[in-house]
Design a protein around this ligand. Structure first.
Ligand SMILES: *Cc1c(COP(=O)(O)O)cnc(C)c1O
Length: 395
């Protein structure tokens, strides 16, 4: 059996996205800035895609800026939020310890430029506390950036309440919603969001396209210098086929959000229940504030990379934490932020599902993972050492 359970790293393109993209690649080749008919045709398609994306977020089309990826949207929003703050003499930013590196590394850059950043703790359940956010606010706080849904452990942050607090204090609020868009309801108005990042390839659109929502009235300046595209804010000829595919994928995800959430949640819950039966295992992240598709586990005495390799041999595509950190031997900053010791954080497994997965696949995962964990433990010096201090749970 083959099971793709790494949807938080990237998703397969949907038929709707491909159906929008393929003809666009061959027929809509005009440059939307050109005045002739081919240009106008491409421009019309672009306008339509912008309207679709806006509608799915409950935003206005003039509040949507297409970007090359989610990372670019994060960089742009945070850099601009900081610049606007500095203009008003405010150079303090609030974030948290489990953000994606697109956010964390942008904040590091700003710290080098003289901004001060408070990183809120997320505690054992992976969720920021509102009272701690409120306590961290200072007269010079200009920006709060807190992700909607974490990509490694799937925890959802109390975005609406965070947004309300920021509104009340007059602070800009940005959220990295890359793992939320297309997977859970997001409404920029109800959720009190000023700026939001999204990425197409996390909801069945192709790689290489994303968007930034920026609320009307925020004096966003361009991040990439160039032509007059995106109302002069983001130069570069628009990637029409990818943008159309993203709009089609988003429209489809939003139209089927409730049924997809119900289906994926049922699979996730079965997965969590089954994996929890493995001795000395731990499910990471607050089960009550969790995205439908993301499951994160740690298995004591098991090394995450070996687990992944063995699962790959069994036909299961999973990951240890985020795809971006694999290749480095450091344990995930997210798992460490939950207070897990290094040796436990090393034995992590992330399985991320989407509506294309099936219960049969979940059952196959539940056959394979316990076997692989058991085999690896039999070969693990760490596990054998642990057995000297506890009763063997496999006996
Ligand atoms: C994938 C991801 C990103 C980066 O998006 P790209 O389009 O791959 O640049 C940013 N934030 C989160 C939470 C992600 O999961």
């Amino acid at each position: 059996m083959f099971v793709y359970a790494d949807n938080a790293a990237t998703t397969a393109m949907s038929s709707a996205a491909a159906a929008a993209m393929l003809p666009a690649m061959q027929t809509l080749y005009g440059n939307p800035s050109s005045l002739h008919q081919k240009g106008r045709e491409a421009n019309m398609a672009l306008l339509g895609a912008r309207e679709t994306v806006a509608r799915c977020l409950n935003a206005g089309p003039q509040e949507i800026y297409f970007t090359g990826c989610g990372t670019e949207a994060d960089n742009w929003a945070i850099t601009e939020g900081a610049r606007l703050g500095a203009e008003a003499g405010k150079k303090h930013i609030i974030s948290d310890t489990i953000e994606h590196h697109a956010v964390l590394h942008t904040l590091k850059k700003l710290e080098k430029q003289g901004f001060e950043v408070t990183y809120l703790p997320v505690h054992e359940n992976g969720v920021v506390r509102l009272e701690e956010l409120e306590a961290a606010v200072r007269p010079d706080t200009c920006l709060v950036t807190i992700m909607f849904c974490n990509n490694e452990i799937g925890t959802l942050q109390p975005v609406r309440e965070i947004g309300a607090l920021c509104r009340q204090k007059g602070i800009l609020f940005h959220t990295d919603a890359v793992q939320a868009i297309g997977h859970v309801p997001v409404d920029v108005q109800k959720d009190n969001i000023d700026m939001l990042s999204l990425s197409g390839h996390k909801f069945h659109a192709p790689k290489g396209v994303g968007a930034l929502y920026c609320k009307k009235g925020i004096r966003l300046k361009n991040f990439i210098e160039g032509g007059a595209q995106e109302r002069g804010r983001r130069g570069g000829t628009e990637a029409i086929p990818a943008i159309l595919a993203m709009a089609a994928a988003l429209e489809e995800s939003c139209a089927h959000l409730d049924e997809n959430m119900a289906k994926v949640t049922a699979m996730r819950d079965r997965l969590i229940e089954g994996l929890s039966r493995i001795p000395n295992s731990r499910c990471n992240g607050d089960p009550d504030h969790k995205a439908p598709g993301i499951v994160s586990f740690c298995f004591e005495g098991v090394e995450g990379e070996s687990l992944l390799l063995r699962l790959d041999l069994a036909g299961i595509c999973a990951s240890s934490g985020s795809a971006c950190t694999s290749g480095s031997l450091d344990p995930s900053h997210v798992l460490l932020a939950l207070g897990l010791p290094h040796e436990i954080a090393h034995g992590s497994l992330r399985l991320s599902l989407c509506e294309y997965n099936t219960m049969e696949e979940v059952d196959y995962i539940l056959e394979q993972v316990p076997e692989v964990v058991r085999t690896l433990r039999q070969m693990s010096p760490v596990w054998l050492h642990m057995l000297e201090h506890m009763d063997d749970p496999y006996q």
